[in-house]
Design a protein around this ligand. Sequence first.
Ligand SMILES: Nc1ncnc2c1ncn2[C@@H]1O[C@H](COP(=O)(O)OP(=O)(O)OP(=O)(O)O)[C@@H](O)[C@H]1O
Length: 246
Amino acid sequence: MLQVKNLQKAYRSKQVLHAIDFAIAQGEIVGLIGMSGSGKSTIAKCIMGLDKPSGGDILWNDQSLLKWSARSSWRQDIQIVFQDPRTSLNPRWTVRRSIAEPLRNYGSATEARIVQLLLEVGLDERYLNRYPDELSTGQCQRVCIARALALKPKLLILDEPLSALDVSIQAQMLVLLKQLHLSQQVSYLFISHDIAVVSELCERVLVIEKGTIVEDTTAIRLISEPKHAYTRKLLADTPTFPQFNQ
Ligand SMILES: Nc1ncnc2c1ncn2[C@@H]1O[C@H](COP(=O)(O)OP(=O)(O)OP(=O)(O)O)[C@@H](O)[C@H]1O
């Protein structure tokens, strides 16, 4: 489905991504983990066309996303949810309008479809006329997820979607993301610096260090037999894995 091939990105003279290679198959949940500044969001931005790679290619069903002509067909297939739901939502738009907007652009924004999307993320029609500042941060993130799912994407890029939320809300959101993966048959690229959260949700995990993927393995193997020193350091820094904290 998605193939990232030899992806490179430099900002001026600073090389941020070095020859990134990975693929995501239909239905997979892939985690992308690394410390702050390692290049996770840059990969997401390159896939979404929000940033231009300096080299390499990104293929969606064997078509290059970097060629303008292919763009329209994948616009609906790949959606992104960002870290901070409050800055992702227009503060002057009601929940109804935020969710209706992508539907209007690409299909029909019926009230029934908007309510259905709200129900899928654990909200309901009582929220339709509310503004972001009348919602909790977790509820705002649910609205962002509903908006991202509106066009029935095949791949959802979740860029640190839980980082702005309290730990108890994070647990609820993890349950929601697992449910949506099954009910919507959507793949995830789940970006995080939290190895505990990634190992809870993801089947496969990519570890990125300074713009290079140093490990591509299953979540189980990542925890039981981490190969790279950087992965062991990430595990050691996580209280959930005291066995690495020597
Ligand atoms: N627009 C930009 N101009 C210049 N440098 C940038 C730009 N965007 C990102 N960078 C740099 O690229 C590197 C990777 O940034 P990126 O945001 O991809 O990291 P990250 O792993 O997502 O970090 P975090 O977990 O903090 O979000 C960083 O050194 C950052 O300063």
